[in-house]
Each structure stands twice: as structure tokens, then as C-alpha cells.
Write a protein that binds this ligand. Sequence first.
Ligand code: ADP
Ligand code: MG
Length: 687
Amino acid sequence: MNGENEYLLKDITYVKGVGEAKAKLLARLGIFTLYDMLWFFPRYVEDRTEIKPVSSLKDGETACICAEIYSDAQVIRVRSNMTIYSVIVKDGMDIATMMWFNNKYIKTAFKLGEKYNFYGKVSKKFGKIQMTAPTYEASENNLHTGRVVPVYSLTENLPQKTIRMVAKNCVDMTKGCIHEYLPDYVRKEYNLCEINWAISSIHFPETAGDYESARRRLAFEELLFMQLGLLHLRRAKKKYGAPVIDGSAYAEEFMKKVPFEFTNAQKKVCDEILHDIKSGIAMSRLIQGDVGSGKTIVAFFAMHCCVRNGRQAALMAPTEVLARQHYTASLSFFDEKEVALLTGSTTPSEKKKILEQIKAGNIKVIIGTHALLEDNVEFSNLSLIITDEQHRFGVNQRACLAKKGNTPHVLVMSATPIPRTLALILYGDLNISVIDELPPGRKTVDTFAVNEDMRARIEKFTDNEISKGRQVFVVCPLVENSEKVDLQSAVNLYERLRDKVFSNRRVALLHGKMKPSVKNAVMKDFADGKTDILVSTTVIEVGINVPNASLMIIEDAQRFGLSTLHQLRGRVGRGSDKAYCIMIADAVTDITKQRLNVMCSTNDGFVIANKDLELRGPGDFLGVRQHGLPDLKIANLATDGVLLKEANICAKKILEKDPSLLQKEHLGIKRKINDMFKEGAKAGIIS
Ligand code: ADP
Ligand code: MG
């Protein structure tokens, strides 16, 4: 961002209409400067250009009208907490009623006889035309209506109209201020529009086509920077001189401690690992395996080989609950004295001891969360690094850990399958192993999508499962923007189950806002079978392994993405008992129905992942974070495959021409990459 026109780095309060209060709200969206606002792209745009005559409106359509205010606002108090405000408007000979709930501003919003635009959903009953909660503005304004209108992500108390106004003022005051950073030859070759035009048109395009051109340019550059950054990372990686670890002599000893026979897929991956770590070249391997395919034991196998060679191995997990679970499991394979758990809730005194022991090399197996990345964690001879559920970590976090060893071997494990072509581009530097086989005796999880009406039956079924000695997960959604409400409904559900429906059972609650120590205790009780029902928000999504749990109930399932639903379902069916997954959902949209149908019809993670890519529409971006890469704001890996390929080719060409990006025409690009891979730049990965 430095090197950008200084003016763009001015505080957001510099924009007309933004005071301290609005600035605070905008800060929640990561908007602090003019630049941030310009790069806060709308989620999508809506074409509200056409203004329809009231006489042509149809029931159920969403439309924009221009009409004169024909009556003062009517206020009707329906209940103590519900007031309806309405005005009658007139367009030629036709009249219509505009209606809002609990919006006291309506009373003073309009001037009798003046013209306004209204945009909203139309209902037409017995010839009477009505719009419910339409967006409105004076008809000459054309910001929220009568044009192609941007729709932004919001945060609590920040309405769409407000952020749109801020965006508009910001775009207007910065016209022509952005230095073009893509070289001319790149723009020409890939037919990309100019940056000032792109930014202005991504927010306020003249036409839907202009929006597409702008989006194409911005998505292309994003993919280009990501590709360039990744190619850099790969080149920077030192590969030779990795520790030579001969594991084959210790394989049998390990197998003796395992209570089951490895699947062929697991054996194959173990062989690949043995081969890698013996080669003297640092292993970089991705293990992809569906939920429940048994990746953990393979990780322990690799760690065992490493430790028997007198070297240290680290295993990093994305949540404390999962790290603790791995730690507990590891004690069956390693001596208690040679293993340590390091997380955010390790006490300072304990931590001090552990850090000393790690540094001295007495502790050989280190399991933990992000806490492993802290500067004060120093190793004696860290030779193997494993990240579990790697999509939860950034590329840079992985790189940070790698720097703590001397050319260590690296193994990453993921249950998020991605199509092969995508994998090649994103993980070009990794070898990929696939565990494409589930342990024997696994039964598919019977999956049902039901609606509210079935609740009584579900509760009966739940009780039955518990009577058989089984345990039950109940998962509620928790989404960032509506955290408070979501948390409350999870708590309400918990209390209802505990006090009313299952007062004779042991019901517990788990959510992300709890203290880590409390979370651990709750999780441990559930794992030990001391609780029958665990009501939780999605903190249990990744990795949790409680084989006795046989029923997964997902509340408001329509609010979860396919891959999350699959992850959640993967929490049951891990034992030998028949397992069930019940998704309670109001299947309102077709997409939701299709999503739930996919879940009911297959248990195969790869099939589900492909379907997921297919079903995600524009505006619903496949978070790149899922693949451990920096966030993409606008490019969509699911639908921008062609663009990604072009960007990949372009990136290679640029690096061929100028490997370290030192030429003047590439300096702008270089800055952008550093920006995108910020943490990495700090760690000195990209110079
Ligand atoms: P994931 O791949 O989702 O991380 P886990 O490693 O948690 O799966 O394994 C799921 C369960 O399957 C664990 O209880 C584990 O002990 C068990 N398991 C793993 N491999 C086998 C096997 N070959 N045979 C039987 N059970 C196995
Ligand atoms: Mg796992």
C-alpha cells in the first residue's frame, strides 16, 4: 500500500458524512482509510436501472418505481413491539401503499407532493398494490435506486444505505488518484481495464457490463498476485540438506501399539512418507483424506519414526480442543515424558518448564495450537512439522513454523478435498497423497433433511439413542455478523433441552466464547461419556473424535455450507454403531434443497466437494482461506477457473522476465504481493 498516492491513506473520517461513530462501525469491516473503502468491494451489484410504472407491477416481483407522496405517514401500533408505518404514493393515475415495520424515521422521511423512488418487493392483492420495507430516496438522487446498485457486507448497526453513501462519496473524491500498478503489456495482453475506472465501476458501474469488466480486472490481478506470491514462496524454500530419517526399522514397533490394522491407503501413505524423509530432501506432502479416514494415526507414525531417530516433531492443530485430543491420543504411542502440549491456556509456569525441555531436546513430540508459532518456542532439532486441518492455517503460519527447524520435513493434512486442477495450481509445490479408503466396518451415516414439524419425533429418536448408551451432538450455527443473536439461540436451545425435553439426561453446552479451560472440561466430559447431549456452535466442526457419538443434529442446516455440513456429519459414524445425521432446515431456496439432497444422497467427501463448487453462485466466494492461502476478496476459485489459468501463465511470464521483480514496471506489483502476503513479508519470506 505504501507507494500509493498518500491521499488514499487518509483517514476514513475524511469522507463527507463519516464521523467518529460511523468510523468505528467501518473499522469493524476493516475500513480505516480511503484506500480500504475503495478496496472494500460490494458482494454483488443489483440492476435497479429500470423504473417501472406502478400500473405494470406484478405480484411477487422486486421492482423500482418513481412516485409522488400522496398521503402523510400513517402509524398503526399492532402490538407493543410492532408498529407499522405506511404512506400512499401516486404514479399518474395509479396508487400504491409503501409499508415499513418499526421504522420511526418514516414519519418524517417524506414531503407531501414530492417525487421519490422506491425499490422493493411488490405484493398485489385484490388489485391493491403494496411494497414492504422498500428502499427509498428522493427521485433525483439515484444512489440507491434507478441505477446499478452495489450491495455490501454489513456489520451490526451499519445499514446498506449508509455504507453505500460512504462508498459513493469516497469514490467521487478519489477519482483518478490511484497509480496504475499493472504494466501496460500485461493489461494489453489480457485485456484488462484501467485501475481508476475499475475501482469506480466495481462500486458504481454505469451498466452491469461495466461491473463485469471491472470485476474481471480486479479478480485477475488478485489471482495474479496470489500466483506470484506462491511462486516466490516456493523458490525461497530450501529443500536440500534435510535430516535423513530412516524409519523402516521402527515401523513394526509402532504397528504393534496400534489396536487395528492399517488400511491399504494408510499403508501406502506411510510408505510414501518413509521414502520422503529418508531422501535428504525436505518432504512437502499434503495428505488429503475424507473425514474419518484415519489421518491422525499416519501423523503419529511419521512422528514416531522421527523421534526414534532422536529428532523432534511438532504437530499443530487449529483449535485447542483438537490439540488436546491429539495429545491424549499420542500418549498411547509415546512416553509421557517425551510429549508436551502447548496451547493458549498452558499456564506460564508450566509453559516455562516445557519451553526449556523443548529447547534442551528432552521433549521430542510437541503438540499444540498457534501457540507453537510464538517466538519463544525454540527447538533443539525440529525435523518434522505436521499441520492438521491445514486449511485453517495461513500459508505464512506454516512457513513460520518451518523456520524454527533446519530444513524440516513438512506434512500437511486436510479433509477438504479440492479438484485436481485446482490442487496443482494452489499446491504446485506439494506432493499429494490421498487416503481414499475408510477403515473397515464404517457404515455410512444415514442422513435426513427435515423441517420443524418433525421436532417431536426427533426428540423421541434422540432419547432412544441415549437409552442405547449412545451420545448426541446438537449443532447450532454461529455466524460472525449475527453472533449475539446466534449465541443466544444456542443458549436458549440448550436450556430448553436441559430443563424441559431431556431433564432426565445430561446435557452440556459448548461455544467459542467460553474460557478454554471450561471448553476443555466440557469436551473431556463428553469424550469420557459423562454427558449425553452436547449442544454446541461449530467449534466442534474440525477433527473431534468421539466414537460413541451416534447422532448429529444440525439446527438451521440451511445456514451451513456443504463442506461444513460434511465435516459436521463426520463427527459421527466413527465407531462400529449405526450413526445418523438429521439436518433441521427450512429448505426455502432451491440451492438449499439441492445442498441438503447432496448430503442425503452421498457420504463421499469428494463428490460433495465437487457439488459444492458447482452450487456456489456468484457472490458466494469459495474462501481461499480454506486452502491456507491469503483471503481472496473478489476472485472466485469455483467459477474463475479460466481466469486463474490465465493468471498462472501471466505470473510465470513475469517471473521469467524479471525473477526478483526489480524492474521499474514491476515495482507496483511487488508492493501488492507483499501486501497480500503480509505476515510472510514480516517473517522475511518474500523480500
Ligand atoms: P480423520 O482422518 O478425520 O482425522 P481420525 O484420524 O480422527 O480421522 O480417525 C478416525 C477414527 O478412526 C479414530 O477413532 C481412529 O482411531 C480410527 N481409525 C483410524 N485408522 C483406522 C483403521 N485402519 N482401522 C480402524 N480404525 C481406524
Ligand atoms: Mg483429523
